[in-house]
Design a protein around this ligand. Structure first.
Ligand SMILES: *[C@@H]1O[C@H](CO)[C@@H](O)[C@H](O)[C@H]1NC(C)=O
Ligand SMILES: *[C@@H]1O[C@H](CO)[C@@H](O)[C@H](O)[C@H]1NC(C)=O
Length: 335
């Protein structure tokens, strides 16, 4: 008899639990008790805080890159990127402070198999995995803007960062080249010779931002400004707003990196004694990028092994990228 009562009570409890579950499921997604709100509240934020803590240097600085499926396949971009830390000058340790932000399931899995600090950034209803093939499509743009919004969150949590695209090779320690006066330091497609001059053509593929109120406000403003320039990506919008009143009001101290150090295919540094990073921009297509970055890495290795310093070593790249740029008439397509 007691057993039967216990059984009935259990059945009752299960039934009530089911009812409650159905009720929660039926709530609109915006309701504070709905499934999506509850799970969003429980999951990604807590994860990101923990991962940032684990990845950051003692002074709360992290290195961040983003990754999608196309760049995550074995022997592709992410492998070259990680490899460059190993062949660079005393920068192997920096990998311990690198957070790889995966934008799709496959790149997240690949990240977990090759790296210690991985974060899966999810955006409902958008497939980032094929973005390499879909340059400047709505999904591509959403991916770029998701990145800006993510970096704003990192700053809000009190972490400074160097953001580096994965098609940037690292040779020396860029932290030795940060100006203490700057809130934000940005790489250039074309450097005009003065780090403070706002006519420098910015490249968002390599950026340092110091966590403070000004940088948080700047990233908020930058993200908001996308609505004023629909169909444009973050870098172009930045070049539109950089000389506006808003950045002056925010009080942001903005500087640009000299391409002699933070270099790129648009304006390659010719000095291997000075080059810190090399970005495969001004290039179209994954294959062209990979070919030229491999040439650059080989040159770097020759330079490191050379015993005769007076022997002049020059980059043998970009070649494929120059070709890829010529094929495309529209300079809009270069990134
Ligand atoms: C910035 O650079 C441009 C182009 O080189 C130049 O014309 C301009 O005078 C510079 N502005 C300042 C404030 O130095
Ligand atoms: C080093 O390279 C320079 C320039 O190529 C050459 O003139 C010189 O003879 C080389 N020295 C040695 C010791 O190989």
């Amino acid at each position: 008899m007691a057993e039967l009562r216990r059984l009935l009570l259990t059945a009752c409890a299960v039934f009530l639990l089911l009812l409650a579950l159905i009720a929660v499921c039926l709530l609109p997604p915006s309701h504070p008790l709905s499934i999506s709100t509850l799970s969003a509240w429980l999951r990604p934020q807590a994860d990101l805080d923990r991962i940032l803590q684990e990845t950051a240097m003692p002074d709360k600085t992290v290195i961040i890159t983003t990754l999608n499926e196309a760049w995550a396949t074995p022997n592709s971009m992410i492998d070259l990127f990680l490899h460059s830390f190993g062949t660079g000058k005393k920068i192997t340790r920096l990998v311990n402070h690198l957070l790889i932000v995966a934008l799709d399931e496959k790149s997240y899995e690949r990240c977990l198999s090759i790296h210690l600090h991985c974060f899966h950034l999810k955006k409902d209803g958008v497939d980032f995995s094929r973005s390499e093939k879909l340059f400047m499509t709505p999904d591509y743009l959403t991916m770029m803007w998701t990145r800006i919004d993510f970096l704003r969150q990192v700053l809000e949590k009190g972490f400074s960062f160097i953001f580096s695209d994965a098609d940037v090779l690292w040779f020396r320690d860029p932290f030795e080249y940060l100006s203490p006066d700057a809130d934000v330091l940005m790489a250039c497609d074309h450097y005009v010779g003065d780090p403070w001059n706002l006519t420098n053509e910015a490249n968002g593929g390599f950026v340092y931002a110091r966590a403070n109120t000004r940088t948080v406000n700047f990233y908020k403003y930058w993200f908001m400004a996308r609505e004023a320039f629909p169909g444009m990506h973050d870098q172009d919008v930045f070049n539109m707003i950089k000389q506006g009143k808003a950045l002056e009001e925010i009080g942001l101290q903005m500087q640009f990196f000299d391409t002699k150090y933070i270099s790129c295919f648009c304006q390659p540094s010719d000095d291997l004694e000075k080059v810190v990073t090399m970005h495969a921009n001004c290039c179209f297509g994954l294959e062209s990028k990979l070919q030229d970055l491999r040439r650059i890495l080989a040159d770097w290795n020759r330079y490191q092994l050379a015993t005769n310093r007076s022997e002049e070593l020059r980059w043998s790249a970009p070649k494929s990228c120059l070709q890829s740029s010529k094929v495309l008439e529209s300079s809009e397509m270069l990134h």
